[in-house]
Structures are given as C-alpha cells and as structure tokens.
Ligand binder design. Structure first.
Ligand SMILES: CC(C)(COP(=O)(O)OP(=O)(O)OC[C@H]1O[C@@H](n2cnc3c(N)ncnc32)[C@H](O)[C@@H]1OP(=O)(O)O)[C@@H](O)C(=O)NCCC(=O)NCCS
Length: 194
C-alpha cells in the first residue's frame, strides 16, 4: 500500500468523535491523463457552493482550469486527485513552481462530498509531497472572508501577504485574476512556510 492510500485510510479510521458524519470512502493518488477531462466537471460542481455567499457569478462562470495546464501539472507530478471507490475523481489539487514557491493553482471538491475532509486530505498530501521536493514556501490566491477560502487556509497555517511583497510573478497572477472579473478588494494572496 502506498503512502497516499495510508493517508486516506487514516482519515477514515479516525476516532468517531472526530469524523464528520458520513465520511466518503476515498483515496488520493497522482492524476493520470484519463482523469483530466473529468476535472472540469468537478471544478464546476465545487463552485456551486459560492451561490450560498452571493458569489453566484463564480458558479455561473464556465471557465475551468485549462486541460493543457492540468496536463502540465500532472506531468510534473503536481496534480493529485481524490477518487471514490470506483476510482472516479471527486476532487483535485494542482499547483506549480512560481518564483521558487509552490503555488496552488486550484483545489476543488465536488459539491456532494464537500465538508467531509476531502479538501483537507488533498492539501495535507500535496504539502507532504512538495516539502519532500524541498519547496520551502506554499502560496495561493483566494477570497479573504469566504469560510472555505481565507479562514480555512488560515487554519492550515497560511497568512495573508501582498502580491507586491511576493514579487512580479505574483503581480502578473493578480492582473490575470483582475482581468477575469474577480472582485480584487475581496481577494488576497496567502503564503505558508513549509
Ligand atoms: C475549498 C474546498 C476545496 C474544501 O474542500 P472540502 O472537502 O469541503 O474541505 P474539508 O471538508 O476538508 O473542509 C474545509 C473547511 O472548509 C470549511 N467549510 C467547508 N464547507 C463549508 C460550508 N459549506 N460552509 C462553511 N464552511 C465550510 C470548514 O471550515 C472546513 O474546515 P473544518 O471542517 O475544519 O471546519 C471546497 O469547499 C471547494 O471545492 N470549494 C469550492 C472551490 C474553492 O473555493 N476552491 C478554493 C479556491 S482558493
């Protein structure tokens, strides 16, 4: 059994009092090329949760991470999927090297299984992996005040920083997000030392 399966089993075997009701039976593995067409639908399903906080435009937006970017992340072993018992993706996390930091490009968990620890398990495994690869800093951009964004990442050890202090590659990301129609006053860059 590889370390990824052990991790998912450990989540399933946690004491009952710490386990959210009806934990899905899932495992985490590296993404394969055949997973890639299935990740857009997972991302769209995940975004439905934004309707609950008046950010329905994010759910309406049909743009998902480009298959070519997913393929690039998969080729460099930086795309992990959470899969159900039928080996179908129910969530994923992917990232890439930006200026020597490991930058999370996207994490999404399908609506039906959100809030059951799948996202936390994906983040934990990606963190373990990139630490092993000697990355020293992890970064991401997110909504500061949405419960499953800024406050969740804060619980995972991330702190808010500015794009300016992170450097020009981050300013470029900031620009792209702004062009994409995000409300930048509500967005932030977050960073975690590994
Ligand atoms: C963010 C996301 C990947 C988390 O995945 P998940 O499987 O739900 O994660 P977890 O079950 O491990 O829970 C993460 C935390 O989010 C918060 N959360 C999850 N669902 C929530 C909900 N419906 N309402 C409020 N908070 C919620 C909780 O704080 C939870 O942590 P806790 O259980 O320790 O309190 C998932 O919510 C998602 O896909 N959201 C839409 C896409 C997105 O926002 N991606 C991140 C972009 S930066």
């Amino acid at each position: 059994m590889d370390s990824l399966s052990v991790l998912a089993m450990a989540a399933a075997a946690a004491p009952r009092s710490q386990v959210p009701h009806s934990v899905p039976n899932f495992s985490i593995r590296k993404a394969r090329s055949e997973d890639i067409p299935l990740l857009g639908p997972v991302e769209r399903s995940a975004a439905e949760i934004f309707r609950t906080v008046n950010l329905g435009s994010l759910a309406d937006d049909e743009t998902t991470v480009a298959p070519s970017i997913l393929a690039t992340m998969a080729d460099s072993n930086h795309l992990l999927v959470a899969v159900n018992e039928s080996d179908q993706p129910i969530g994923f996390v992917g990232g890439m090297n930006i200026d020597g930091n490991f930058h999370i490009v996207e994490i999404s968990v399908a609506q039906a299984v959100q809030g059951k620890g799948v996202g936390s398990a994906l983040m934990a495994e990606m963190t373990r992996q990139v630490k092993e690869e000697k990355f020293m800093v992890m970064t991401l951009t997110t909504y500061r005040n949405v419960a499953w964004n800024g406050p969740w990442y804060k619980k995972l050890g991330f702190q808010e920083v500015t794009a300016e202090e992170m450097g020009k590659e981050y300013l470029k990301i900031w620009d792209v997000e702004s062009q994409h129609g995000h409300d930048m006053a509500s967005r932030c860059v977050m960073r975690k030392s590994l």
